[in-house]
Design a protein around this ligand. Structure first.
Ligand code: CO
Length: 143
């Protein structure tokens, strides 16, 4: 594994609408995407941009709200009613190569690689194998 760009920090929230107000009015975020549903994951998501650095896009904040009580985020919010930091996401050039490398190190991959909110393949690695951090690995967008 070669550490890639920090693509986003996932933040769980009981209300994306309220979180958008916070990021806009308290933190001064100028670019916030329209929220959209990802029904297969049981979540609604929305991205808050942080400023760009050079040619690279800035790291984003991914706001995640549960769509129903089956959502994994639902359990997180039961323990953390205000929401909060949920996962961190790093980019890799090749998702299947990264999966093989983590597995060779004995790290537990949660489910199979799947299409993430940015339209590229992602997987999650178990927080207990990652210093307590739920870690999302995402293939870099090609363009
Ligand atoms: Co994410």
């Amino acid at each position: 594994m070669k550490l890639g760009r920090l693509n986003h920090i996932g933040v769980a929230t009981p209300s994306i609408a309220d979180s958008i107000i916070y990021w806009r009015d308290v933190m001064g975020a100028a670019h916030i995407s329209e929220p959209f549903d990802m029904p297969e994951q049981g979540v609604k998501v929305c991205f808050v941009d942080t400023p760009n650095h050079g040619a690279m896009n800035g790291t984003q904040i991914e706001l995640i709200e549960p769509l129903n009580s089956d959502s994994l985020i639902h359990g997180f919010l039961a323990k953390n009613p205000l929401g909060g930091q949920h996962h961190i996401c790093f980019e890799v050039p090749d998702i299947m190569a990264a999966k093989a490398e983590f597995e060779a190190l004995g790290k537990r991959i949660l489910g199979e690689p799947r299409i993430g909110a940015h339209g590229t393949m992602i997987f999650f690695v178990h927080p207990k194998d990652m210093g307590g951090m739920l870690t999302e690995i995402m293939e870099s967008p090609k363009s």
